[in-house]
Design a protein around this ligand. Structure first.
Ligand code: KG4
Ligand code: ZN
Length: 348
C-alpha cells in the first residue's frame, strides 16, 4: 500500500555492505557489496579490511538500492541503520553514513540491533510475526535462543553459545577440511554426498548434568575439537579423509542440537511459532530438520529465503519499518555505534 512507510536500511556490521528499501512488509530493493573475497585468504573477517571496503562501497550501494527501488532519498520516510553489535570500525561507517543522509535529507534515523533485524527480515516474506515467538539466531558471530514478546520494544534471551558461534564452527571445520571461507555453504554442499550417521560427533550441552545449568545454551568448541582429532587420526594413519561424510556428520551434530533446543524452548514457553535467522539459517539441513521436528509438535517454522538469512540491508529496513509502524521514537542524531550492543535493546 502506498501509504505504508518507505524505509531505507543500512547494514555494515561485518563484511557485507547492505542497503535495502522496504515499504511496509514489501521488499523493494536489497543492494549488497561484499568484501568476503578480501578476507578469504585470512580464513576470517579482518576488521580493518572490512571497514575500508564499507567506506568504498557505501555510496555506490546506496545509489543502487534507491535506483532498484525506483525512489529518491526525498521519498524515504525514515532511515534505519545497524548500530550494533558488530565490528566497531565497520559499524561506524554505516552509522556515519546514515547520519549524513538523515541530516542532509531531514529524515528521522533509527539505530537498530543487528540481531533483532535478523528476526524482523522474515516479515518481508511471511508478513507480521505472531508474538510471542521463539527465535533461533545463528550466525558467524552469534548463536542465541530468544523469546520475542514484542519485537519493537524488547526480546528476552533464553540461551546463547558459551564458546564458538554455530557459523564459526562451520568456518573452522571447513578450514580443516580444506574447504573455502566462509565454510557454511561448502559444508552444506559436501554434506549432500555424505552420510550424517557415518561418524558420531558430540552434541554439546545435551547431557542431563549440562542441561540443568545450560538448558538453552550451546557449545560448539568440543565438537570442533572432536572433528579435528578425527581428521588428524585419519591423516596419521595415511588414509584419505572422507570429506562428505565428515561434513554431513558434523552438520548433523550442529543441526540436531540447534533444532532440539529450539523446539524444547517453544514447548517450555508454550509458543507455537519458531523463527530462524542469521547466516546459518541458510543451511539446508537445519531448515529441513527444524520443519520435520516442529511439525511433529504442531509448531510452525518461519524461515526467510537463504539470501535474506545472511547479512543484508533489507533486514535493517524491515526492522525500521516495524519500529515506525509501532510508533517507536527515532534515535538522536548523535546515536553511537555499539559493538557490544545487548540483545535486549532493539533500537537506541
Ligand atoms: O549472518 P551472517 O551473514 O553474518 C554474521 O552476522 O555473522 O552469518 C555468516 C555465517 C558464516 O559463519 C557462514 O559460514 C554461515 O553464516 N553460513 C552457513 C551457510 N551459509 C552461511 N552455515 C551453514 N550452512 C550454510 N548454508
Ligand atoms: Zn548477521
Amino acid at each position: 500500500m502506498a501509504d505504508e512507510p518507505l524505509i531505507l536500511g543500512i547494514e555494515t556490521s561485518c563484511d557485507e555492505t547492505g542497503v535495502g528499501v522496504v515499504r511496509g512488509h514489501t521488499l523493494l530493493a536489497d543492494a549488497l557489496a561484499s568484501s568476503v573475497d578480501e578476507h578469504a585468504r585470512f580464513g576470517g573477517v579482518v576488521p580493518e579490511v572490512a571497514s575500508r571496503a564499507h567506506l568504498e562501497a557505501i555510496v555506490p550501494t546506496m545509489r543502487r538500492a534507491l535506483d532498484d527501488a525506483g525512489v529518491t532519498l526525498a521519498d524515504i520516510d525514515a532511515i534505519a541503520v545497524t548500530a550494533g553489535p558488530g565490528l566497531a570500525g565497520a559499524l561506524l561507517v554505516g552509522v556515519a553514513a546514515a547520519k549524513g543522509y538523515a541530516l542532509a535529507a531531514e529524515k528521522p534515523v533509527y539505530g537498530v540491533n543487528h540481531l533483532a533485524a535478523h528476526v524482523a527480515v522474515d516479515t518481508l516474506e511471511h508478513g507480521p510475526l505472531p508474538e510471542p515467538a521463539i527465535a533461533l539466531l545463528v550466525s558467524g558471530g552469534h548463536s542465541s535462543l530468544l523469546l520475542v514478546d514484542d519485537l519493537a520494544t524488547g526480546v528476552t534471551p533464553l540461551g546463547a553459545t558459551i564458546d564458538d558461534a554455530a557459523g564459526e564452527a562451520f568456518d573452522k571445520v571447513a578450514r580443516l577440511l580444506g574447504l573455502p571461507f566462509p565454510g557454511g555453504p561448502p559444508i552444506d554442499r559436501e554434506a549432500r554426498a555424505g552420510s550424517p550417521d557415518a561418524i558420531t560427533f558430540p552434541r554439546g550441552l545435551t547431557a542431563p548434568k549440562d542441561l540443568a545449568a545450560h538448558r538453552f545454551d550451546f557449545s560448539f568448541s568440543g565438537l570442533k575439537t572432536a572433528v579435528a582429532r578425527w581428521v588428524e587420526a585419519k591423516q596419521r594413519a595415511g588414509e584419505p579423509v572422507p570429506v562428505p561424510d565428515v561434513a554431513a556428520s558434523f552438520q548433523e551434530a550442529v543441526c540436531d542440537v540447534l533444532t532440539g533446543k529450539a523446539i524444547a524452548a517453544c514447548r517450555d514457553r508454550g509458543v507455537d511459532t519458531l523463527v530462524l535467522g542469521g547466516g546459518v539459517a541458510a543451511n539446508s539441513r537445519l531448515r529441513a530438520l527444524a520443519e520435520e521436528r516442529a511439525a511433529k509438535q504442531g509448531i510452525r517454522v518461519r524461515v526467510p529465503r537463504p539470501k535474506l538469512c545472511t547479512d543484508n540491508g533489507a533486514m535493517v529496513a524491515a526492522l525500521g519499518s516495524h519500529l515506525v509502524a509501532a510508533g517507536v521514537a527515532p534515535s538522536r542524531l548523535d546515536l553511537p555505534a555499539d559493538s557490544a550492543m545487548p540483545l535486549t535493546i532493539v533500537s537506541v
